[in-house]
Design a protein. Structure first.
Lengths: 574, 186
């Protein structure tokens, strides 16, 4: 045998094949991966003293109590606080990974602050008599909300836009709950509280799609999408036969429902826009001098083309008003500034999107959730420092009015302490802390005394929406069955919330196979969901548990924006 | 005797396979690891037998529940401020570390990556596991074996033997315990 090039190649080929049968290449792959963990520039968790800090999660109004395990001051793990009288140790998939949000790749780190400030001030200076400068507060009821109201009282033609925040439901007293598509057992209210009270009420879930809440409810009524108003009318004494025709239920089912609500009371009806009955909840006390502030205005009552400056505080997640409802109120030269964590939400429409500090970078108070009949005051702790360049929405807006609001939280706490009302839950165990501000910063919660005779408010719920009849161009009825999602989700948790199929995700929708075939769509395809409010790109799931003619939508802010005020839409293949 | 052409044609290939197998199974394991000596040839057996010590006398839990791991010098100098025996090893230890107050730089066989969170107290106190289950019968050894460091990744050979993630997951499955990403990767 001679040494030829061919033989050498054969030898090399044999060696390559043989090496695959040894540990060498596999081990080198593993080792290289391990080596890459230690390259310069790879972030390393700090080593150091382990400590614990208490606070409250700011990702929704549940404000669940949080215990943060910190290493060298860096939060590394969050857990619930079991002893908390409301949250009872619960912490959802968003909250448990909340400490990841400061490092989210999509978070904003810079924005045109100087340009936005100049544009806003110039527009305010040149406001015409019928034009307004308005603040849209997505999470009313905070101390920041009072700062905005005070600022707008000082700004010419200032207006504060927010939904009603001083109402609540008394779930503890309810014996029967009729939920019209509200995800009662899936992120509604304060989940720890809801589950603690679960044994005390009979839950009837009325919605077209069998959601997680429907699966766990005592009874699921599979009504047709958009027929909630008809069902409610029937249980309140209206025509059961009309309701049966619209909902798809039998007259016996409707009669049985009406009887249960009547005989097994007190009963509570929940709708995505409110509840009946709702009780008026007084706010946590505020300093007297703050009360010279503009009241909250509902967007619907604002004249068209009258808002010249719109400042949107998206810095704390809240309920999105559809842009289609906002835009008609804006002048053609309106300056829209959004304070946000990311470009999701109103960042797509705003002229200027300014980066706000994310949870848990900033101290802010969290208004009570809908299932808390008593006022509460609790703070989200600042566990990490925000990066340079963040804009404080309260600082920006208060600055327009020349108000110093740096110590607003402390001033409010002083007013609370002065009132002598309420009790304090302190995770450190102190029964009545002498320094309320210090206790709140260390994770305590102030809970107001219940008013003995809180007034009951009647609210309009389950109203049919204008485009209910618009079936030819919008053949699919929209069904919400997912809880509202935060704009930013930890990249770790998005595997659960967005990418695993367990949930629809922030841009996920589900349709029946026949509707998918009709639109030329398949599982996993991308499509455009169009409604009268606009359109959004969505990810399609094909699900035969979704009734034909219905589109089940996820809870992300873009979907809320487009679907919130609409009952019908259509999907178009991209 | 001349071999058939079909045989001679594959000889180089087969030779390559055999060479690779030999190299991969004998030379590679020797080459990939670099043996490093521990700073002190500590005898667990002597301390267990003569001093009557148990694992947790030195490898203890602090008051807050965290695990102390490898003890610091003050634990050793509590007894070895002066020689307790007559071995050269002890004398060298006192001269090099105790007297100048210098911490020995122990090489930890079970060192895990930075992204791993392991709670000793959960496994020892809650699950009732014995130290030997994961760490072997170190308490009976007369000296410390060489720390075999993987030249590429820098981790100990012991981790690859019995402390990889798969080993932890397998044990959790056998015990019927839940396990999820966040349990160990905070």
């Amino acid at each position: 045998m001679t040494t030829t090039r061919r033989n050498l190649f054969k030898l090399a080929g044999g060696a390559a094949a043989g090496s695959l049968l040894t540990p060498a290449p596999w081990r080198l792959i593993t080792d290289t991966a391990l080596l890459s963990e230690n390259w310069p520039g790879v972030p390393r968790p700090k080593r150091g003293e382990v400590s614990y800090r208490f606070g409250n999660c700011a990702l929704c109004t549940a404000g669940c109590a949080v215990r943060a395990r910190c290493v060298a001051g860096q939060p590394v793990a969050l857990a619930g606080v079991e002893a908390h009288p409301l949250s009872r140790g619960a912490l959802c998939t968003y909250g448990i990974a909340g400490h990841h949000l400061p490092y989210h790749p999509a978070r904003l780190r810079q924005g045109p602050v100087a340009e936005a400030s100049a544009a806003v001030q110039s527009a305010i200076r040149t406001l015409r008599p019928n034009e307004h400068c308005a603040v849209l507060d997505l999470r009313p009821g905070r101390t920041a909300s009072w700062t905005y109201r005070r600022a707008m009282a000082s700004v010419r033609n200032g207006m504060y836009l927010a939904s009603e925040s001083n109402t609540a439901v008394d779930l503890a007293s309810a014996k029967t709950v009729l939920s019209l598509g509200v995800p009662v057992l899936d992120g509604w209210g304060t989940p720890g509280n809801v589950w603690a009270l679960r044994g005390g009420f009979h839950l009837i879930q009325a919605e077209p799609v069998e959601s997680r809440t429907a699966v766990m409810a005592d009874l699921w009524l599979p009504i047709r999408a958009g027929s909630e108003a008809a069902l409610l009318d029937a249980v309140r004494g209206g025509s059961a036969s009309d309701a049966a025709a619209q909902t798809g239920l039998s007259e016996q089912q409707i009669a049985s429902l009406a009887r249960e609500l009547r005989e097994n009371g007190p009963s509570l009806v929940l709708d995505r826009n409110g509840a009946s009955p709702m009780i008026a909840r007084r706010e946590a006390p505020v300093p007297e001098e703050w009360k010279k502030a503009v009241p909250a205005t509902q967007l619907a009552s604002v004249s068209e083309e009258s808002i010249r400056v719109l400042l949107i505080d998206e810095s704390m997640p809240g309920e999105y008003l559809p842009w289609s409802a906002i835009q008609p109120k804006l002048t053609s030269d309106c300056v829209v500034v959004s304070f946000a964590w990311s470009k999701e939400g109103y960042g797509r429409q705003a002229r200027f999107t300014l980066p706000a500090a994310v949870y848990p970078e900033v101290v802010d108070d969290i208004p009570p959730a809908i299932d808390s009949p008593a006022a509460m005051f609790r703070l989200a702790a600042a566990l990490v420092a925000p990066p340079e360049g963040m804009v404080s929405p309260t600082g920006f807006i208060a600055g327009l009015a020349g108000i110093d609001a740096k110590n607003a939280l402390q001033e409010r706490v002083a007013a609370i302490q002065k009132s002598g009302r309420g009790s304090v839950f302190d995770p450190s165990g102190a029964a009545k802390p002498a320094d309320l501000w210090k206790a709140l910063q260390a994770g305590a919660t102030w809970i107001d005394d219940r008013e003995p005779r809180a007034s009951v408010i009647s609210t309009q719920i389950a109203s049919p929406l204008a485009d209910d009849k618009n079936r030819s161009s919008a053949p699919l009825a929209i069904a919400f069955s997912e809880p509202r999602a935060a704009a930013l989700v930890s990249p770790l948790m998005s595997k659960v919330t967005n990418e695993s199929g367990l949930r629809l995700g922030t841009h996920g929708v589900a349709i029946h196979p026949s509707d998918a075939r009709g639109a030329g769509l398949a599982e996993g395809s991308r499509a455009r969901l169009e409604t009268a409010s606009g359109f959004v790109t969505v990810d399609i799931s094909v699900d035969d548990t979704v009734p034909p003619g219905v589109i089940q939508v996820g809870g992300g802010p873009d979907l809320q924006n487009v679907c919130g005020a609409n009952r019908r839409g259509r999907v178009v293949a991209l | 005797m001349k071999l058939p052409k079909s045989i001679t044609a594959i000889v180089p290939f087969v030779a390559g396979v055999l060479l690779a197998l030999a190299a991969g199974w004998t030379a590679f394991p020797r080459a990939i690891y670099r043996a490093q000596r521990q700073p002190v040839n500590f005898s667990h057996r002597v301390h267990a037998d003569k001093a009557g010590q148990k694992c947790d006398d030195c490898h203890s839990f602090r008051a807050d529940g965290t695990f102390a791991g490898v003890p610091t010098l003050d634990k050793c100098s509590g007894c070895h401020a002066v020689p307790m025996g007559n071995t050269a090893e002890e004398k060298a230890f006192i001269d090099r570390y105790v007297t100048p107050g210098r911490e020995p730089q122990w090489l930890v066989y079970a060192r895990q990556p930075e992204n791993v969170y392991f709670s000793h107290i959960t496994h020892v106190k809650l699950a009732g596991m014995k130290c030997e289950t994961c760490h072997g019968n170190e308490g009976a050894t007369d000296g410390l074996r060489a720390y075999q460091e993987d030249r590429v990744s820098g981790y100990s050979r012991d981790v690859f033997r019995s402390m990889k993630m798969d080993d932890c997951v397998d044990c959790h499955r056998r015990q019927g315990m839940d396990h999820s990403c966040l349990d160990c990767h905070k």
